[in-house]
Write a protein that binds this ligand. Structure first.
Ligand SMILES: NC(=O)c1ccc[n+]([C@@H]2O[C@H](COP(=O)([O-])OP(=O)(O)OC[C@H]3O[C@@H](n4cnc5c(N)ncnc54)[C@H](O)[C@@H]3O)[C@@H](O)[C@H]2O)c1
Length: 403
């Protein structure tokens, strides 16, 4: 299939590369842009620099067909898609510098009738900011279409979800919304829902804050249960038998580059009015500090009783079960903090072979060598392991049959 539409995708990471490769396989001429030369070279060789099922097949066939080319510079296209990082600065202040610099980079190539889409998760007002930056760069913004279409794919299922998920499109004008919806409808089988730019931005932040608030509830319950000497997983399992109650599972905090980050974009703009969303972030961060204190106290008790220092096995480093992604992972923070406190730890992460700071040890060897076993992540490899005569601290319910 060939399309006469040309697409320029700016940012070839977890979102931009799958999107570009998918569009190229659907017949669009895709020009992918990344500031990292090695990323550009790898893609032009038909290879990938990130781990995502099926992506290699899509990229290879896109490059072989001539429909996908990568470069460090943008070029004239019908549609521009921005998929660059949106992290935060110190103090949880949103950082849209990458979006602004990507916008400045594409400005010289934009012509009347073009569509400019921001896919990065962004603070409310960022799409309007893109419009402003383009105008400052001399682009006639009255004759282009600028819109936000937040991405909500689940890593590990990106190639399927890019097509099947419902999408939200919010333009800076109704005409921009319409033009952008028409574009997404050429490759998305889910519903493409229309709104304005600010609502689209807030919708994505709301989705992640909703998860964060609900996890915070579970984490707070787990702390209260510990105080009241109740098994939190049994409690949650029982409460969830109510037909309209669905409490999530507690853990050692919240990590990843979305749920632990995006609610701060709301808090930063919302100030004192973002009470629950801020509190949820604080509760989830507190759960991590609380977990550290529990481990330190257990190590101290061990020392008092056995007249020697305890060896602690930190079971899991990733930010959630059964992945190798360590971004914003509470387990990594906990492990590092214990080391700084002078505690001897053994790091276990079945999804990693090596790590630049920790020696990764097999779970069975770690359990054998350690005095205190701390379950930080509920990886499938940890399920069903029987431990005798050692202290076990379980922050993720892996030893609880009731879930
Ligand atoms: N990864 C996910 O699962 C996911 C899901 C939903 C939304 N998002 C959002 O999508 C956005 C992108 O995330 P990602 O995971 O793809 O990030 P990523 O770090 O994997 O990729 C971003 C890419 O952009 C490149 N880049 C940075 N500045 C650039 C510039 N000025 N011009 C060209 N390239 C530039 C980087 O080199 C990198 O390759 C973020 O806002 C993120 O929050 C990500």
């Amino acid at each position: 299939m060939k399309s006469n539409k040309t697409i320029c995708v700016v940012g070839l990471g977890y979102i931009g590369l799958p999107t570009g490769a998918l569009l190229a396989n659907r017949g669009y001429q895709v020009h992918g842009v990344d500031v990292v030369q090695s990323t550009v070279d790898t893609i032009n060789e038909g290879n990938i620099h990130i781990v995502e099922p099926e992506l290699d097949t899509f990229v290879r066939s896109a490059v072989n067909s001539g429909n996908l080319k990568a470069d460090i510079k943008p070029k004239e296209s019908d549609v521009f898609i921005i998929a660059v990082p949106t992290p935060f600065h110190e103090g949880y202040v949103p950082n849209i510098d990458y979006v602004v610099s990507a916008t400045k980079a594409i400005a010289p190539y934009i012509k009347a009738g073009n569509i400019v889409i921001l896919e990065s998760t962004s603070p409310v007002g960022t799409t309007d900011k893109i419009n402003e930056v383009l105008q400052e760069c001399g682009v006639d913004v009255n004759n282009i279409f600028v819109a936000h279409c937040p991405e909500r794919v689940l890593p590990g299922h990106i190639m399927r979800e890019l097509v099947e998920n419902d999408r939200i499109v919010g333009g800076v004008t109704p005409a921009a919304t319409d033009a952008t919806v028409e574009f997404y409808e050429t490759f998305v089988s889910g519903n493409v829902l229309k709104t304005d730019a600010k609502t689209a931005e807030m919708a994505k932040l709301t989705e992640n804050s909703y998860r964060d608030v609900n996890i915070a509830f579970a984490n707070e319950l787990s702390i209260l249960c510990d105080k009241f000497e109740i098994n939190a997983w049994e409690l949650i399992s029982l409460a969830n038998r109510h037909p309209r109650v669905n409490i999530l599972q507690p853990g050692a905090g919240v990590g990843g580059h979305c749920i632990a980050v995006d609610p701060w974009f709301i808090v930063h703009k919302g100030g004192d009015d973002a009470k629950i969303i801020r509190a949820a972030r604080e509760v989830n961060n507190y759960k991590t500090e609380w977990s550290i204190e529990k481990i330190k106290n257990a190590a101290l008790e061990f020392k008092n009783k056995n007249k020697r220092d305890a060896v602690v096995a930190c079971m899991g480093l990733a930010f959630k079960p059964d992945i190798d992604d360590l971004r914003e992972a509470p387990a990594v923070y906990i492990t590092k903090t214990l080391i700084s406190a002078g505690i001897e730890i053994i790091a276990v992460e079945p999804n990693l072979v090596t790590h630049k700071e920790f020696d990764i040890v097999n779970e069975e060897i770690a359990i054998d060598k350690a005095d205190i076993i701390v379950y930080l992540v509920g990886h499938k490899e940890f399920k069903g392991i029987r431990i005798f005569g050692k202290e076990v601290i379980d922050f993720c319910g892996i030893t609880s049959k009731l879930k």
